[in-house]
Design a protein around this ligand. Structure first.
Ligand code: BV8
Ligand code: ZN
Length: 242
């Protein structure tokens, strides 16, 4: 599977992962665009928007509450754990589009949440922010300032937090290996990160059972699931180092 990089495995000192909903699929969390991406006949892509929120804040809050319940039950899978274990052999940074916190739960110490986090909420007007600990009885909850609260995530049409995006680009620009796992690479600007890495001569590896928007640009494409493939990658490092 990894013959392509086997001899040079000890050259990889800075590894960046770009992950998406697919890496959490084997933890039982639905992806966005897969057939499991529907929610009560609503298209996730249509719900993760500022318009959907202001159109029907209650519906969007119910969607996030249900996802939060599902996420709180979910455990990191072998893919998340393998990425965390790789920190023994290289500097590893995870740039994730996911808001489920499973990389951190698996033990990854350097994770940038490009699209926010399901446990964070903020006020739509004032700068109130907090971590949500238990569900609100009625939604949408209201801030002390009288305005409604919202999930602290990045919706379509909203820009990513400047500092997060700057950091993500600099990690992509300075890695020697980028592994793109579980993402369709449909959503920008996250889908530009592999190009930054490629421009800086990093090797790109895609792990995905399906084709993506950038499969032809990859150095190596592994048509399988992340929970199966990533532990293999770790054993390769283990063999070379231990
Ligand atoms: C921005 C919120 C502007 C949190 C998300 C036209 C009109 C309007 C806008 C646009 C347009 N064209 C482009 C845009 C910009 C837009 C965009 O990219 N739209 C797309 C749809 C074309 N982007 C934005 O709006 C972004 N903001 O651009 O700001 C700006 C720019 C500069 C300066 C100022 C302003 C904001 C994007 C963030 C949107 N928010 N989520 C949440 O609720 O979760 S995005 C949402 O999609 C999730 O974060 C999700 O993670 C992400 C990406 O999807 P994937 O993770 O890739 O998931 P997907 O289901 O697509 O794919 C899963 C993959 O896994 C599949 O390939 C599958 O084969 C694979 N898989 C399945 N099982 C496994 C597996 N792989 C491995 N193992 C398995 N077991
Ligand atoms: Zn407020």
């Amino acid at each position: 599977m990894f013959e392509f990089i086997e001899e040079q495995i000890t050259n990889f000192k800075k590894i960046v992962f770009v992950t998406g909903a697919g890496i959490s699929q084997e933890s039982g969390i639905p992806t966005f665009r897969g057939k499991d991406g529907l929610w009560r006949n609503h298209d996730a892509m249509k719900l993760a928007t500022i318009d959907a929120f202001y159109d029907n804040p209650k519906l969007v809050w119910e969607w996030y509450n249900e996802r939060r319940m599902n996420i709180f039950q979910a455990q990191p899978n072998a893919g998340h754990k393998a990425i965390a274990e790789l920190e023994k052999y290289a500097e590893v940074v995870v740039l994730t589009q996911n808001i489920d916190g499973l990389h951190q739960k698996a033990g990854s110490s350097k994770v940038l949440e490009l699209h926010g986090s399901i446990v964070k909420i903020k006020c739509t007007v004032c700068n109130f922010k907090e971590e949500i600990l238990e569900e609100f009885s009625d939604v949408p909850p209201v801030c002390k300032c009288g305005n409604i609260l919202r999930p602290d995530v990045v919706w379509f049409g909203e820009s990513l937090p400047q500092d997060v995006w700057q950091n993500a680009m600099s990690f992509a620009n300075s890695c020697d290996l980028m592994i793109i796992a579980g993402t369709s690479l449909v959503v920008s600007p996250a889908n530009t990160l592999p190009m930054y890495a490629k421009q800086n001569n990093a090797i790109l590896i895609e792990i995905n059972p399906e084709n993506t928007e950038m499969s032809e640009d990859m150095g190596l494409v592994i048509r399988s699931t992340s929970a199966k493939v990533l532990p293999e990658l770790v054993s390769l490092f283990k063999k070379s180092y231990d």
